[in-house]
Unconditional design. Structure first.
Lengths: 343, 660
């Protein structure tokens, strides 16, 4: 399998809820809207979705409640059987897997974290974390070792023998995260993992999560209804509405170039300067490199604010980490983003 | 009240626009009654003529004879009975020294009491330890150890079986929808079937004695366990289920490691109910000659020995409270973690303490006879003295005057006229009236069931006795409502009294029904008023409980809104609290009726002229067909009310937006 093959590849995926969804989908004329489908007595949980998740990528699926984001991620892990289309995980069609193969896939490759944690109330922290290892029949000693390792990783040392109800929300979610990491999954699903937490804890957990991701470099599908969270974490964001993906792009592109009114509404109140990076604004060099000190490609417009205001060059060179100049940034354009173009 | 009244009225109107059906039903019924009053009605419209009544009992007898002998079911059941008997003999040996394998018993009473105390401490601290230990000490000291252990020896066998079978059936019902659909009506019938109808088949198929008692007890305790299992499994949070699936659980792992442990609370509530129902039924097996507390109580009451009856009553009540509190403490008990490196003995300190206490008292009892067995001369029974005391209190002129006046007034002024007028109503008119009532309360479906069910009762050939049964139930429930609801409303006014009253009701609900006969007989002797009185107090318990609960759970923002609108306490009660509590109160009312149908059969012991009396008579022989016909009559009448009232409560709850 080459580096280019997407880890998850979804084509024309449909998930309908209702009496006889398969029959209905087969007979349904193309281009039927969410409301028309609803009038026919079906709910389109996922509506004709095409998406690829690349290796090591962090895809954030974002949308309001009921937009189908949780349903979509449950289709990826086949917690839901899809009604139409195909989903391939590492090139293998997951709908063709037998029950045992599916169990095997989940035991080896997938980990999932849930919004309300989904911890088993009758098991201690250690037993919860070791649960997936126990299911795949690892011996007591080995699973204890591994469980203690991940518990340490999420910073819950010393709480191994506590029961979930004896822990705070943030700690419980750490257990959930540890459990999902115990089997060293390749693909990590996180279903609104921080929504149930207080804002301060949420921030702390996001940092923690970024630290883990830096260390582990997993392929991640992350669900949230919080746009700020999405912007903060994502390599790419997929915005969903009524089961369909409205736009799937990098945070910069979503903010700079919303494709639909719905996406535009989302981005309206966002401080674009915090999101847009110099690299995205860099225009190709037409032979001539602007004078002076280059700005960093990874810096946001906000990071460059002082310089943008004080500098008097028309365009500034943009350099990547190695110091190579990759383009030129139009100062006026950047200033407009900084000051808020609409305002 | 006006709000509720108006809405109920309009709700009805919306369902069947001019309410024509209701008026037609009532019209025909009234016409029939007028016909009877004027002497115009032919006899066959007053009561079904004999030739119209199918010999259901004989058919059932034939079917049973076929299944029993030709299909060889009897061999199967006798084989099961053999295994069960073996277990029962073993527990009987251990608990009261019946001369059977393993020939070890009886275990000294002090050892059992000590273990009970340790268990109590483990589950609920000192208070529970005192309750559990105290109950057994009392039982021994009062000289009822052997009969109490006869009861317990059946209980400790029946309860685990009922738990296990209920659990398996509950899992099956949760897993397979078709099985669930098939099981539900059977459970409804089982829950309304009078206990006599459990007893006789048990006796026939599992021979007289503890085995039949155990089988009847197991069957009787099954329904709530099945329902709680299904409920608990359905309530496991979806994310826990998904977490299990994502951990790669197989189906078996899902059930045993995820579903069942996560449904722990509901399963333990089921255990609590199983234990309580087992106790209730084991006591009632006295009617088929099972020795134990129930049989002794029956004998003492039969010979009007009130002192001893009272003492046995106290023992039964203490046992009930102990079993109930201990199992409930187990429900709420959560596992607690130990710090790393806690030594083995510390982790299992209660187990060791229990074993230690057992051994200590077992050994002590070998030397100190009183710790082994409390002899007749040593026991503290004050039977004769209490008897004399009760009788002297009852002999006080004032008391006499009150009870006698009540007896006379209720009998002559209310009960007998009411009963006679119900009996006077022609059968078809009666069926129509019940149908109309069901229609008005519950709507179309309950009305159809009412018509069918009461027609079956009419065709069973036991109409008059059924009507008498119904009369007893209705009178008792009306009286219970008149007394219970105002008391409950008063108690619900403050938090403190609500809690106290709920505690009383909770405890009272755990008492085996038999207990309620004691005060009834004490006060009123052996007659109709005592019957009504015993049913009345038994039925009042759920009525008060649900009323208080309903009133206390009215959302606070609604009562606050009423307060801010300047409502007086009375206005708030009448136009906010009662209308909102009414669906819950209706459930309580329904339970009161179900309890009354149960108690009216128990009261056959006092001497009634209803179905219960006939049922009790069938126990003497092997009249299984008749037994089932009578039992079904009770069940069908109870189900009619059950369906109508619950339909109303559900609709009302939905209308008020109280359900999620």
């Amino acid at each position: 399998m080459s580096e280019q093959t997407p880890v998850i590849s979804a084509r024309n995926v449909w998930k309908l809820f209702g009496a006889e969804p398969r029959k209905y989908l087969a007979a349904m004329p193309a281009g039927r809207s969410y409301d028309e489908i609803r009038a026919d007595g079906y709910i389109a949980g996922v509506k004709n979705v095409d998406i690829d998740v690349g290796r090591g990528e962090m895809l954030v699926i974002m949308g309001l409640s009921g937009s189908g984001k949780s349903t979509l991620v449950r289709c990826f892990s086949r917690l839901h059987d899809i009604t139409g289309g195909t989903i391939a995980v590492e090139g293998q069609d997951i709908m063709s897997l037998s029950e045992n193969e599916l169990i095997e896939l989940r035991r080896r490759k997938m980990g999932m974290v849930f919004q309300s944690f989904g911890l088993l109330p009758h098991r201690t922290v250690l037993e919860n974390v070791a649960f997936p290892l126990e299911m795949r029949g690892q011996d007591r000693h080995a699973r204890r070792e591994r469980a203690l390792e991940v518990i340490k990783l999420v910073g819950l040392e010393g709480r191994e023998d506590y029961f979930p109800r004896e822990l705070s929300g943030g700690q419980q979610q750490r257990v959930g995260i540890a459990r999902s990491l115990a089997i060293e999954p390749d693909i990590w699903f996180l279903d609104e993992p921080f929504s149930a937490l207080d804002p301060l804890i949420r921030r702390e957990m996001q940092d923690e999560f970024l630290r883990l991701q830096d260390m582990l470099g997993k392929t991640i599908v992350f669900i949230t209804h919080d746009f700020d969270e999405a912007l903060r974490l994502a390599d790419r964001i997929a915005i969903m509405k009524e089961g369909a993906i409205e736009q799937c792009d990098t945070p910069d592109r979503i903010v700079l170039d919303p494709q639909t009114d719905y996406v535009r509404k989302f981005t309206e109140d966002i401080d674009k300067a915090r999101v847009v990076h110099a690299a995205v604004l860099a225009r190709p060099l037409n032979g001539s490199v602007p004078d002076g000190e280059p700005v960093e490609a990874g810096a946001t417009v906000r990071d460059l604010a002082r310089q943008l205001v004080n500098d008097n060059r028309a365009s500034l060179p943009v350099a990547d980490k190695g110091g190579t100049v990759i383009g030129a940034l139009d100062r006026r354009e950047a200033l407009e983003i900084l000051l808020g173009a609409e305002a | 009240m006006t709000i509720a009244g108006a809405e109920v009225g309009s709700g009805k109107a919306a369902e069947a626009p001019p309410n024509r059906t209701l008026w037609i039903l009532l019209g025909i019924a009234v016409a029939l009654m007028l016909g009877r009053a004027l002497g115009l009605l032919p006899d066959w419209l007053i009561r079904l003529p004999d030739w119209m009544i199918p010999p259901t009992a004989e058919w059932l007898d034939a079917i049973f004879a076929f299944v029993q002998n030709d299909l060889g079911l009897l061999q199967v059941t006798r084989a099961i009975a053999g295994g069960l008997e073996y277990l029962l003999d073993a527990t009987a040996n251990l608990l009261y020294g019946k001369r059977r394998w393993p020939y070890l018993g009886p275990i000294p009473w002090s050892a059992i009491a000590a273990v009970a105390a340790v268990l109590g401490y483990f589950l609920g601290g000192w208070r529970m330890a005192a309750l559990a230990g105290g109950t057994f000490v009392w039982t021994a000291l009062i000289g009822q150890w052997e009969i109490a252990m006869q009861t317990m020896s059946v209980l400790v066998v029946a309860a685990p079986f009922a738990f296990l079978i209920g659990l398996l059936l509950g899992i099956a019902a949760w897993k397979y929808r078709a099985f669930d659909m098939a099981l539900r009506p059977i459970l409804s019938v089982l829950q309304t079937l009078p206990f006599f109808t459990y007893l006789l088949p048990a006796v026939i198929f599992f021979k007289v004695g503890p085995t039949a008692g155990a089988v009847a007890t197991i069957v009787y305790a099954l329904p709530p366990m099945i329902l709680m299992t299904t409920l608990g499994l359905k309530k496991v949070p979806p994310e826990v289920v998904e977490a299990g699936k994502m951990s790669g659980c197989t189906r078996w792992q899902m059930l045993t490691r995820v579903y069942l442990p996560a449904a722990r609370t509901e399963l333990l509530v089921g255990v609590n109910q199983v234990i309580m129902l087992c106790l209730a039924m084991v006591v009632l097996t006295a009617f088929i000659g099972m020795p134990g507390l129930g049989a002794k109580l029956l004998a003492m009451m039969g010979s009007f020995k009130l002192g001893r009856s009272f003492e046995i009553g106290v023992t039964i009540v203490l046992l009930a409270i102990t079993l109930d509190r201990l199992s409930k403490a187990w429900v709420v008990r959560q596992p607690v973690h130990f710090e790393r490196g806690t030594p083995w003995w510390q982790r299992h300190v209660f187990l060791l303490a229990g074993a230690g206490a057992f051994v200590l008292f077992y050994v002590l009892a070998q030397f100190v006879e009183i710790l082994n067995e409390v002899g007749i001369r040593q026991n503290l029974s004050q039977g004769r003295e209490i008897d004399a005391l009760i009788k002297s209190v009852l002999d006080i002129d004032a008391v006499q005057a009150v009870t006698q006046w009540l007896r006379w007034f209720l009998n002559v002024q209310i009960l007998i006229p009411f009963r006679n007028s119900l009996l006077w109503i022609p059968t078809p008119a009666f069926i129509l009236l019940v149908t109309a009532l069901s229609y008005w309360v519950g709507g179309r479906r309950p009305a159809i069931y009412a018509a069918v069910f009461f027609s079956i009762v009419a065709l069973s050939g036991w109409w008059d006795r059924s009507v008498i049964t119904l009369y007893t139930v209705i009178s008792a429930v009306i009286l219970a409502t008149l007394i219970g609801i105002p008391v409950a409303i008063a108690a619900a006014r403050t938090e403190k009294w609500s809690r106290r009253m709920l505690l009383v009701c909770d405890s009272a609900q755990t008492f085996p029904s038999f207990i309620y006969l004691i005060p009834a007989i004490m006060l009123f002797g052996v007659n109709d008023v005592a019957v009504i009185f015993s049913i009345l107090i038994f039925a009042m318990v759920p009525l008060m409980r649900y009323t208080i609960e309903g009133l206390r759970t009215v959302p606070p923002e609604m009562t606050e809104a009423a307060d801010m609108s300047g409502a007086t306490r009375r206005q708030k009660l009448m136009s906010v609290q009662i209308p909102l509590a009414l669906p819950t109160m209706a459930v309580g009312f329904n339970q009161a009726i179900m309890f009354a149908f149960f108690m009216v059969i128990v009261a056959a012991f006092i001497g009634t002229q209803d179905l219960g009396q006939e049922l009790q008579r069938t126990l003497a022989g092997s009249d299984i067909g008749k037994n089932i016909v009578l039992g079904m009559n009770v069940s069908l009448m109870a189900l009619t009310f059950d369906m109508a009232i619950l339909a109303w409560a559900n609709r009302r709850e939905r209308a008020l937006g109280l359900t999620k």
